[in-house]
Ligand binder design. Structure first.
Ligand code: ADP
Ligand code: MG
Length: 148
C-alpha cells in the first residue's frame, strides 16, 4: 500500500500521468472517493500518460468510454449511476476487464462483485484541515506502482 498526498489538481493529474506511462495491458483499477474528489482529474492524467490526445469527459450516460488512440486501449468506466450490476453484464464488461487494454472504474467500489482479483484500488480523500485542494491518495492491490 502506498499513500501519496497532492495539493493541487495538477499534481493529481501528474500522478495519473505516471500511472498511465507505466500501465500494463490488462490492468484494472477502481477509483474510490466522494463526488468532486478528483477521480476524473486522475483519469485524465492516466489518459495523457497513455498518449491519448482526445479529451476525457465522464462517461455519465454510457457507463464506459473507449479510447483507442494511445499506447494501449483505454477504457474509462463511471458506474456511479448504474442501478444494478446487470448493466455491466449488458455492456460486456468482461471484454474490457480481461482484454489487452487499461480499465479505470470510477466508483468501482459500487460493483465489488465483478472486480477482478488483479484489480487495484486508488482511494482519494479530502482532509479540509490540510486545505481545500489537499488530497490523500491511497493505492493498494494489483501491480506495484512506483512513486516518482
Ligand atoms: P470526481 O471525478 O471524483 O467526481 P473531479 O475530478 O471531476 O471529481 O473533480 C475534482 C475537483 O476537485 C476539480 O474541480 C479539481 O480542480 C478539484 N481539485 C482541487 N484540488 C485537487 C487535487 N489535489 N486533486 C484533484 N482535484 C482537485
Ligand atoms: Mg468523475
Amino acid at each position: 500500500m502506498q499513500i501519496i498526498e497532492t495539493f493541487s489538481p495538477e499534481e493529481t493529474f501528474r500522478l495519473g500521468q505516471q500511472f498511465g506511462e507505466q500501465a500494463c495491458p490488462g490492468q484494472v483499477c477502481a477509483l474510490v472517493g466522494d463526488l468532486g474528489v478528483g477521480k476524473t482529474v486522475l483519469t485524465q492524467g492516466i489518459a495523457e500518460g497513455l498518449g491519448i490526445r482526445e479529451p476525457i469527459t465522464s462517461p455519465t450516460f454510457t457507463i464506459v468510454q473507449a479510447y483507442e488512440g494511445g499506447r494501449l486501449p483505454f477504457y474509462h468506466f463511471d458506474v456511479y449511476r448504474i442501478a444494478d450490476v446487470d448493466e455491466m453484464e449488458e455492456i460486456g464488461y468482461e471484454d474490457y476487464f480481461y482484454g489487452q487494454g487499461v480499465s479505470i472504474i470510477e466508483w468501482g467500489n459500487l460493483v465489488p462483485e465483478i472486480l477482478p482479483g488483479h484489480c487495484m484500488e486508488i482511494r482519494i480523500e479530502k482532509d479540509l484541515e490540510q486545505g481545500f485542494d489537499y488530497r490523500r491518495i491511497t493505492i493498494s492491490g494489483g501491480t506495484e506502482w512506483r512513486e516518482p
